[in-house]
Design a protein around this ligand. Structure first.
Ligand code: PMV
Length: 299
């Protein structure tokens, strides 16, 4: 019997969510929240794609039923379905453990590619950014040219960006796939408006790139505010989340969603910048902790 242990981080999208699905760049960062998985197997495993699962939860169920699988244990401290990359971390860990069990030394590229296939199972047409940052860790500049060609650069150091927090608005009613589909519908209905918002988000992502490479932090507030207004334009922020963000802005801060968002009720996790967090002490902020660590795989 072989036992394989894998763990991978969740993420936030600092800039470029949704636009990244259409080939615009995004800046993503791995967080200190992680998912871990332990797989014990004996005998030859089938390929994950041959199991014909409908989504990740179904895949996990099917894997657990295989006669070759003695144990599959998953533990996560990444909030699920809130734009923090929990499904990507699961995809990366499952892909890594599966490949390690079937051939001894899978490369990070192979693992990331299989994780992308699992993300497609979960989300339909994801960009691949979430699984890539979970696999490699750190701060990642990412761009999907076409589904088969994604380019990314892991930026060397994560500067300490001051006054950044997370705030949970609650789990959205819509899945990532549904939010991506809503944006696609909007783009069909109002192509000019949506493309303009994507171009604005690209400018924001490039502003962040400048910021993290030069560590000149004077533009953080503007970048987050601009990004939020483009996210409003593409319709991925609910009315109650918008009210909350306006409250944060009125007290001197800025905030935006960190993933797919949500329209009807909650919008998942927010990235909040506030130079004086006492002014919003009624909100349950937690300090944003980023991490250099990506996938850790051992046996
Ligand atoms: O909410 P999450 O963690 O599933 O992030 C989705 C990010 C999107 O840009 C909306 C989709 C994608 O595939 O990049």
């Amino acid at each position: 019997m072989k036992t394989i242990a894998a763990s991978a981080p969740g993420k936030i999208i600092i800039a470029g969510e949704h636009a990244v699905v259409y080939g615009y760049p995004a800046l993503l960062a791995a967080t200190n929240k992680r998912l871990s998985l332990e797989l014990s197997v004996s005998g030859k495993l089938p390929s994950l794609s041959s199991l014909k699962a409908h989504n990740l939860a179904h895949l996990v169920k099917l894997v657990k039923k295989l006669p070759q699988v003695d144990k599959l244990k998953i533990h996560s401290d990444i909030p699920a379905g809130s734009g923090m990359g929990s499904s990507a971390a699961l995809s990366v860990c499952l892909a890594a453990a599966w490949l390690k069990a079937t051939h001894d030394q899978p490369s990070q590229e192979e693992i990331n590619e299989l994780a992308y296939q699992l993300e497609k199972l979960q989300h339909g047409t994801p960009s691949g950014g979430d699984n890539t940052v979970s696999c490699y860790g750190g701060l990642l500049w990412f761009r999907k040219e076409i589904p088969a060609v994604k380019v990314f650069k892991r930026l060397a150091d994560i500067p300490e960006i001051k006054n950044l927090y997370l705030l949970d608005t609650g789990k959205p009613a819509e899945s990532t796939g549904e939010m991506v589909a809503q944006v696609a519908d909007q783009k069909k209905a109002q192509p000019k408006k949506i493309v303009n918002a994507f171009l604005g988000m690209e400018a924001v992502a490039r502003g962040w790139l400048e910021l993290v490479t030069t560590n000149n932090q004077s533009q953080v507030e503007k970048l987050i505010k601009d990004n939020h207004s483009y996210l409003m334009d593409i319709g991925v922020v609910s009315a109650s989340t918008q009210e909350l963000i306006q409250h944060i802005e009125r007290t001197g801060g800025a905030a935006k969603i960190t993933g797919a968002g949500g329209k009807s009720n909650h919008s998942g996790m927010l990235l909040v910048w506030h130079p004086n967090s006492k002014k919003i002490k009624n909100l349950s902020l937690s300090k944003l902790l980023l991490s250099q660590k990506g996938l850790i795989l051992n046996r």
